[in-house]
Design a protein around this ligand. Structure first.
Ligand code: COA
Length: 424
């Protein structure tokens, strides 16, 4: 039995943030019923299309292990069915623009009236306040949540990161809120509202940058390269290039082949505990005991010189050789892996973090599987549903419609043109 088996999720999510959350819940065993607009579906089905006529990778990679029902939630019959779904489900997850659910006639008060045990979980761009009505996408959240202002180099503009911390990051936060509310419901018998604003989620991930904001009052941030470069600090946490975010100085350094390979780099951390090993490996044994180098705090104004010397050594090795040499010496290093290297990585494939999935329209594609491993609840990744593939199945099996009533619903146009084959 999977960890969340028996939990029914009314998945009213679209694009990335909400679908990330419900995909995780599906992987843990929940029955996720994705409600989509008839004939249209989640906008990502047809965004960034690589195989004409097939659901895009954007959609398929975010909607595994779900069932799809087409439902027009603004039509009277559609609202009746949505009401039945609310009655039957344990959790409603949505990430519509602010107010959209209310405009459909399904406010939190109304939803609670229909099913007091239901948990309603929402992603919004911002929490309550002056921006609460704004529509928000990934990069807006990265900018508004403190990530962009602290990413990049000091002499360049703010940068967004390739990690989807606004969308997928907030989806993760929401999933935690949902399972916590489910746990609470075991005791209270009642559902509750869970809100994960994207700005707040990004800020949570930028916690150490707010740490540094407050440390500025006590003087310059000595572990930032700019300290050793004699650049004064301003009023806010500055962009720190590839400096380590913690107390152990680190940098991205060139490795053999960097001239032609954009990812021939390693991250190298001069952890204080293994300073002697670092000195030995780069051929600077004299630094082990030298004044100004022996103690971690004395090295902070010399980071450029120290990393320059380490880089002279890393440039003679490939990023994997650096790892092979440094790991046995307990020196924390990490190769800069390209997406190509990751998708082909045997270790990640062996653990199911990279999986191959068969899809009837597009053939086999690779995806990121479940990154969280539960020992008694292994994940089997199954393909994303076609639009409305399970409409009839859900109407019949989950909601119990049959005979004339089912016929009426199908003829009302509220559920698109259900694919009967799926139910037969
Ligand atoms: N049947 C009928 N109508 C439906 C429907 C269905 N099954 N599903 C959605 N709709 C309607 C909504 O009710 C809404 O109508 P309204 O504007 O008349 O109220 C409309 O479709 C569009 O929904 P909306 O959420 O506004 O989509 P959008 O494409 O305009 O905006 C976002 C997209 C992502 C910007 C917006 O949804 C948003 O800000 N979401 C919250 C933050 C978020 O999650 N952002 C990250 C996305 S990865």
């Amino acid at each position: 039995m999977k960890a969340l088996e028996g939990v029914k999720i009314l998945d009213f999510t679209h694009v990335q943030s909400g679908p990330t959350c419900t995909q995780l819940l599906a992987w843990f065993g929940a029955d996720v019923l994705k409600v989509e607009r008839p004939g249209v579906g989640d906008a990502t089905r047809k965004q960034l299309v690589d195989v004409p006529g097939a659901d895009s990778l954007y959609f398929t990679m975010l909607n595994h292990n779900k069932r799809s029902i087409e439902l027009n939630s603004k039509n009277e019959t559609g609202k009746k069915i949505l009401t039945r779904l609310i009655e039957e489900c344990d959790v409603l997850v949505e990430n519509f623009a602010p107010g959209a659910l209310d405009r459909m006639g399904f406010s939190w008060e109304r939803i609670q009236e229909i099913n007091p045990r239901i948990i309603m979980a929402s992603v919004k761009g911002f929490g309550p306040g002056k921006y609460e009505d704004c529509k928000v996408y990934e990069n807006v959240a990265q900018c508004a949540g403190g990530s962009a202002s602290t990413t990049g180099f000091r002499d360049g503009p703010p940068l967004v990161t390739g990690a989807q911390i606004g969308d997928s990051g907030t989806g993760l936060h929401l999933a935690l809120g949902i399972v916590t509310a489910l746990y609470h419901r075991e005791k209270s018998g009642r559902g509750q509202k869970v809100l994960a604003p994207m700005q707040d989620g990004v800020l949570n991930l930028c916690r150490v940058k707010l740490r540094d904001q407050q440390r500025l009052k006590a003087g310059p941030l000595k572990e930032y390269s700019q300290y050793g470069e004699g650049e004064p600090f301003g009023e806010a946490t500055p962009r720190a290039g590839n400096d380590s975010g913690g107390g152990q100085p680190g940098r991205i350094l060139k490795c053999k082949g960097w001239e032609t390979d954009p990812n021939a780099y390693t991250y190298f951390i001069t952890q204080a505990a293994v300073w002697g090993n670092v000195c030995d490996v780069i051929g600077k044994p004299e630094w082990k005991d030298a004044e100004g180098y022996a103690k971690p705090e004395d090295r902070l104004d010399k980071l450029n010189e120290i990393f320059g010397a380490i880089e002279e050594w890393t440039m003679t090795k490939t990023k994997f050789e650096v790892m092979d040499i440094c790991n046995p010496l307990n020196i924390p290093v990490g190769p800069i892996l390209s997406t190509k290297e990751l998708i082909e990585d045997e270790g990640l494939r062996a653990t199911g973090t990279i999986v191959d999935v068969d899809h009837p329209e597009r053939g086999t594609y690779s995806s990121v599987g479940c990154p969280i491993k539960l020992s008694d609840s292994p994940v089997e990744v199954t393909r994303s549903p076609l639009l409305g593939e399970h409409t009839l199945e859900i109407l019949q099996e989950v909601l119990g419609y049959q005979g004339e009533e089912l016929e009426e619903i199908v003829n009302s146009g509220a559920v698109g043109e259900p694919k009967r084959a799926a139910a037969e």
